[in-house]
Design a protein around this ligand. Structure first.
Ligand SMILES: C[S@@+](CC[C@H](N)C(=O)[O-])C[C@H]1O[C@@H](n2cnc3c(N)ncnc32)[C@H](O)[C@@H]1O
Length: 270
């Protein structure tokens, strides 16, 4: 990406492959939130010992969660640096370098469950998102499940701006180090935010927006619950369950979703 040229895909690809980003995902273990746990528990019994595709596997946090459900497991990521980190963390697992928009390496109906965790699908633009949904639908068996999470257009994270994030410590060395890191992070966030907000495109049901993650280093798609359900329906899915990231509880269609940062969706291919 040259100076002055802004492109969502190029911005996000560059953010994922940075050493700090890969390192952050290597350190990330366990559930991201109660909603992820509830959604995985909802699907686990139905897909036990059946084929699973884990898209945007990152450094393998979800590999540790999904392989105990089935050893017929493939993880994919379009960031080579993440693929390497994941292979190093899970030497016995099948991890491939692949873009979710093109799953032609897999035949129709290959998987019982496809997962795209931690809002990874939001890092693809709207046209790409439709391609992902089509491809996931194609590689799923009839009755198969797609589990993914996506940022809420009406949630508290939408439209955030850079601010100083700092955790106090009584240890003077730690305190100094944290202060330095916080100031660096704020400066980087402010720079990225100034530059990438040119791509912001807010609409009532969806939006493209610079997001706080990785020092405002990524630009993502936000969707309302009803817009996401429409997209799933257009791709041939039936939405089976939507849960909140905050407490893992099911979210009703007419609920006030302003406190929910992201939703976990379980959709079924009929
Ligand atoms: C937010 S990280 C989540 C990593 C991991 N799933 C986790 O929860 O720890 C998103 C990951 O999705 C990957 N990703 C984003 N778009 C992708 C695409 N179109 N195809 C494959 N991987 C993608 C990124 O490289 C990154 O590793």
């Amino acid at each position: 990406m040259s100076e002055g040229e802004l492109d969502l895909d190029a911005i996000n690809r560059r953010a994922w492959k940075e050493r700090a980003t890969v390192g952050a995902y290597v350190r990330l273990q366990g559930w991201t939130d109660p909603g992820e746990q509830a959604a995985v528990e909802h699907v686990a019994a139905q897909v036990r010992s059946r084929p699973i595709l884990d898209i945007g596997v990152g450094a393998g946090r979800t590999t540790a969660i999904l392989r105990p459900i089935s050893s017929d497991y493939v993880g994919i990521d379009y960031t080579q640096e993440m693929v390497q980190a994941c292979r190093a963390a899970h030497p016995g697992a099948r991890i491939e370098h692949m873009d979710a928009r093109d799953l032609s390496a897999f035949e129709d109906g290959r998987f019982a469950l496809v997962v795209f965790s931690y809002n990874g699908i939001d890092a693809v633009d709207l046209a790409g998102r439709r391609q992902v949904l089509r491809e996931v639908h194609r590689v799923l068996q009839p009755g198969g499940l797609f589990l993914f999470s996506a940022h809420n257009r009406q949630g508290p994270g939408f439209g955030e701006g850079p601010r100083l994030r700092f955790t106090f410590s009584w240890n003077p060395l730690k305190l100094g180090w944290r202060a330095l890191q916080s100031v660096r992070s704020l400066a980087r966030s402010a720079r990225n935010h100034r530059r990438f907000r040119a791509l912001n495109e807010p609409h009532p049901d969806w939006a493209v927006m610079n997001c706080a993650a990785h020092d405002f280093g990524i630009v993502i798609v936000y969707t309302t619950l009803s817009e996401q359900e429409r997209q799933l329906q257009a791709a041939g899915f039936a939405t089976e369950l939507v849960v909140s990231n905050v407490d893992g509880r099911p979210v009703a269609h007419d609920a006030d979703t302003s406190g929910i940062t992201w939703f976990h969706y379980v959709a079924r291919k009929p």
